[in-house]
Write a protein that binds this ligand. Structure first.
Ligand code: M6R
Length: 612
């Protein structure tokens, strides 16, 4: 949720930190701050609002700030409202030690009471400030920052990614993680540390990922990693797999629009080298270690949150229809709290764009602890979830910066389609049918490209509907998840209340909402239940609801029923959500722009939700 970056080396850390924070801002954007150690003094600047406010403040103070060591933070508030005081960094009683933190210290009330009794002056309502006072206390015993941080963390319950600096040891940054990502960026005579590779890729491509329970001491020329229990560990250096240009807007007004338009390419990348044509044979190297388990699975349990959960629902539809295997789709956040029944031949799939979602991590742990083999469908290479699974398939959608997930959704479904074909073939789906499905899959990037050509029409529709208060999205079969996803996109970025429903469920309640002010988006491709959805449209029309239909290019019947039609190419219904969600992403985008909303950083949200 929060973004973290630190620098130590010969350069001035200030512009490096500010630039890093701008790249991390999609992780949290309610306040930001930096702490520098210069001339053995701790200098802190922090401000509520966007990173731009902090940049204005730092650049505007006219002192030409310089420091070779610094840490920076962009916040998504958990404890304490987002104001200047609660912004990170926080410091100890003597302003010698500073900390930035991503996560939640769960036992902070107990720790706070003890620290106050010991004479510490606590200034804020944050859980983070408690931790820096605890480190101060431990420093009195250890007289060494690395050890003091370790000892403090032994007393802490909760999740953290932290950076700590001290005027007493101005040549080092201490980093530690449990449940919140951190990596060290290894440069030449300089090192960086960040919550996300986006903040370091400008400076180095060599990184070391910290694991849960690990602590690092980072100087300009070296780094030492230990477990929290003081056991030294040697870490593998890995390479960042994306380029700087992939995390820039590239001429688009917003990241979200860029990412919507990248989908022909991102879907191609998800399929590339994995679908051997013309036979339609699927090769997924990442699944090799668990292939036997997958082939003999009696049930698949998919766990995910938000948009990734919607992709899971689309996966259920195709896995059950084509591979004839029962599939359950669980909200990751609920999974561990209902003592789920896991049988020996169950296989779990966790889906996550970021690979860092706390609820999904917890579901993954729960499934593993109950003996399931767990497969990851993840975008961010090297992320916690990707490394925690038994096997997995990266979706290769490339960095997704817009908080509203778009290209990750379609790539998640593309990868689930591959897993489906792999299993379906093994479980006896006819070769000819596999060939046809594979050909359709390969045609998806071109079909998506075609839908993107509808942008101007969709922009016009957004202008027509921008003042409405509510929207209903209806679809059936594989397009029920499409409806859910369309509604989620709209509410996330335009703040219009929207609901997704299976079309036939409308008459069991939501129909009460229909009047001339209620726009209803129907996803109505010419599939096996097309006629049934037309009946639902009649029901809306009879009540003077406004109908926007996402329908096939060759469907002329629809013009009689819908007020507006967005045309999409035909595709097999299994893969329908990939093509049919594109106009809904565009509609949400243009509605948000028309309403003057901050598309890439919608209020109250953050890109990766690393708290429970
Ligand atoms: O990174 P993840 O896929 O695990 O994230 C799950 C959800 O938090 C995410 O999809 C969220 O719903 C997005 N804001 C959707 O646009």
């Amino acid at each position: 949720m929060c973004g973290i970056v630190g620098y130590i080396g010969p350069k001035n850390s200030v512009p490096i930190l500010l630039e890093g924070l701008q790249r991390l801002e999609y992780r949290g954007y309610d306040s930001a701050g930096i702490a520098l150690i210069a001339d053995h003094k701790l200098v802190v600047h922090k401000k509520a609002g966007k990173v731009a406010e902090l940049v204005r403040m730092v650049n505007g103070n006219g002192h030409g700030l310089t420091a070779h060591l610094g840490i920076g933070h962009t916040r998504w508030a958990t404890h304490g409202e987002p104001n200047d005081l609660n912004a990170h960094p926080h410091w100890d009683c003597h302003k010698e030690i500073a900390i930035i933190h991503n996560g939640i210290i769960e036992n902070y009330v107990t720790l706070r009471t003890k620290l106050v009794l010991d004479g510490h002056i606590i200034r804020t309502k944050t859980d983070t400030e408690i931790l820096v006072h605890l480190i101060e206390e431990m420093y009195k015993r250890a007289n060494d920052l690395f050890t003091a941080v370790r000892l403090a963390l032994l007393e802490v319950e909760g999740a953290y990614g932290i950076l700590v600096v001290s005027t007493k040891e101005p040549d080092r940054i201490i980093a530690a993680r449990k449940g919140s990502p951190l990596l060290i960026g290894i440069g030449e005579r300089e090192n960086l540390v960040a919550s996300d590779a986006a903040a370091v890729v400008d400076h180095t491509r060599q990184v070391v990922y910290l694991e849960d329970g690990e602590v690092a001491c980072i100087t300009a020329n070296s780094y030492v990693t230990k477990t929290i229990h003081d056991k030294e560990i040697i870490k593998e250096v890995e390479e960042i797999t994306f380029d700087l240009q992939q995390i820039e807007k590239g001429g688009f007004e917003h990241f979200m629009l860029k990412e919507i338009h990248e989908q022909p390419e991102s879907i191609r990348n998800s399929l590339r080298g994995r679908l051997l044509m013309p036979e339609g044979v699927v090769k997924l190297g990442g699944l090799e270690p668990v292939l036997d388990k997958l082939y003999s699975a009696e049930r698949i349990i998919i766990m995910a949150c938000g948009t990734s959960w919607h992709a899971g629902l689309a996966g259920k539809f195709m896995l059950e229809q084509l591979a004839r295997i029962p599939v359950e789709v669980d909200y990751a956040s609920e999974f561990r709290y209902r003592n789920p029944v896991i049988k020996p031949n169950d296989v779990a799939i966790v889906i996550s764009q970021s690979g860092e979602t706390a609820d999904t991590q917890a579901a993954l742990r729960e499934a593993k602890s109950k003996g399931a083999v767990v497969i990851g469908v993840v975008n961010v290479v090297g992320s916690t979830i990707a490394r925690g699974t038994d096997a997995g398939v990266y979706i290769h959608a490339g960095p997704e910066i817009g908080v509203a997930s778009t290209k990750a959704f379609t790539s998640q479904i593309a990868v689930l389609s591959l897993i489906t074909l792999l299993l379906a073939r093994h479980r006896g789906l006819a070769e000819e049918q596999c060939r046809l499905l594979a050909a359709d899959l390969m045609s998806l990037p071109d079909k998506v490209e075609k839908v993107l050509g509808e942008s101007d029409h969709i922009k016009y529709l957004a202008g027509e509907f921008k003042h409405v208060q509510n929207f209903l999205y209806l679809g059936r079969g594989s397009n029920f998840p499409t409806a859910l996803e369309g509604a989620l996109k709209l509410k996330e970025i335009s703040y219009i209340h929207a609901e997704g429903y299976p079309a036939a469920e409308m008459k069991h309640g939501p129909i009460a909402l229909i009047d001339e002010n209620m726009p209803v988006v129907f996803i109505v491709p010419k599939d096996a239940i097309y006629e049934k959805v037309l009946s639902n449209m009649q029901e809306v029309r009879a009540r003077r609801g406004k109908i926007i239909a996402v329908a096939n290019e060759d469907d002329h019947e629809i013009d009689q029923l819908a007020d507006h039609v967005i045309r999409v190419p035909r595709t097999y219904s299994y893969f329908g959500p990939i093509v049919n969600s594109i106009p809904l992403q565009l509609l949400a985008y243009y509605m948000a722009v028309a309403r003057g909303c901050n598309v890439d950083q919608p209020r109250n949200l953050a890109k990766s939700v690393t708290v429970e």
